[in-house]
Ligand binder design. Sequence first.
Ligand code: UDP
Ligand code: UDP
Length: 469
Amino acid sequence: MPTSGGRTGDRPHVILLPSAGMGHLVPFSRLAVALSSGHGCDVSVVAVLPTVSAAESRHLQGLLDASPAVRRLDLHLAPFDESEFPGADPFFLRFEAMRRSAPLLGPLLADTGASALVTDIALASVVIPVAKEIHLPCYVLFTASAAMLSFCAYFPTYLDTNAGRVVGDVDIPGVYRIPKASIPQALHDPNHLFTRQFVANGQDLAKADGVLVNTFDALELEAVTALRQGSVAAGFPPVFSVGPLVTVNLPAGEAAKESGNDYMYWLDAQPAQSVVYVSFGSRKAISRDQVRELAIGLEASGQPFLWVVKSTVVDRDDSAELSELLGEGFLERVQGQGFVTKAWVEQEEVLKHESIGLFISHCGWNSVTEAAASGVPVLAWPRFGDQRVNAGVVARGGLGVWVERWSWEGEEDVVSGEEIAEKVKAVMADETVRKKAASVGEAAVKEFADGGTSYRSLTEFVRRCRDLA
Ligand code: UDP
Ligand code: UDP
């Protein structure tokens, strides 16, 4: 029987608050399904309106259609004058607009009878006080790696001890040293909008009731242990490693085929573990010159390839023609060898397809966790933000290889097609890389499944929600 507050019996009611961008929404929706279908919770997801990208709108609707038990709470953003931050990234602007709208959450959450709120890290410092005000336990979902979480927790202390000098290598106590070159570009500028948000969130993590992180112990034991032991930041709250969060009961390729996606049929026709899958995430990540060289490299590698090309930051702005992006005659020449698309692909399903042999990835953390869950080796080509830290996790954890000198946003170097082709051929021929990635995949599946460490972490989180409610 539902209670007056919307809870059913002793099922905890967990409210999830994602922030902007697919990289944040995807792990929240996977958590929603895991909690409601596998862990006996009532779940509501806050939909922040309007969404920035079309992909986000579709994804949110898809989650609600597929999971009628998951409810939706609409939060309409307060007006926000973007001209205060000329030229800023649209997703960073959205983080800021959402942060300024945090006071609206109080009235929205007050009568829901919720047991706990789980907020995205990007909103943590402004949401935790609102939750405390209404006596609602507040957890944070960290949507990137545990290495990045430890960096986020330690960075405010680093800045204090660094006393205004330029940011250098950051040696995270109990974890490892993050070289200067791997630190997200924005964080070198103390006045950058993202830096201010990042530092405020890092400082206030200690005030959360706990932090869920989308990783698993076998991949990042060092960072998870250091956080739990308080080596990174004293008094750090409990850490629940609950990943790799995956879409439960994903029918291999069927959903993608039902939506009429030809690339799945194309993959069916390729030999096992032969295809190089190339994607730099849900938004533009490489320059036009680099796109041309990558095209040359893929063609020269002689391997079949599936390449998802994005040419703008926000998908709604994308009107460039593929043939114009890739160079005269390219699409005709690679007919039979390659499949190139600007459309959204069902990446999780692609990575599960047996034809995939290698993933050239920008190492957005969701892409890394999806590769891990499928045991597909990664050729890391980080470009932006936390991606170099994630690429470091890929290389350390045996999920793949990273050519560290390959360019990073803000560096002018273009990697030649010839070099790309040689690297692809070498990695595809390396049996050790393949075996190590497969064993990471086995660990990932075991830990997320019933009885594994990530499953038990999520069970413990739910127990706390029930006890605190
Ligand atoms: N994604 C997808 N199809 C695409 C592009 C991206 O399914 O065509 C998904 C991808 O599987 C991942 C998310 O979008 O779950 C992107 O998140 P990630 O952290 O990898 O990178 P970001 O886009 O945030 O840089
Ligand atoms: N992040 C954070 N604090 C913030 C905003 C973001 O710790 O205030 C995390 C975020 O989850 C990501 C990393 O910092 O893992 C780098 O953020 P970026 O915006 O570069 O990545 P994205 O949001 O595109 O995934």
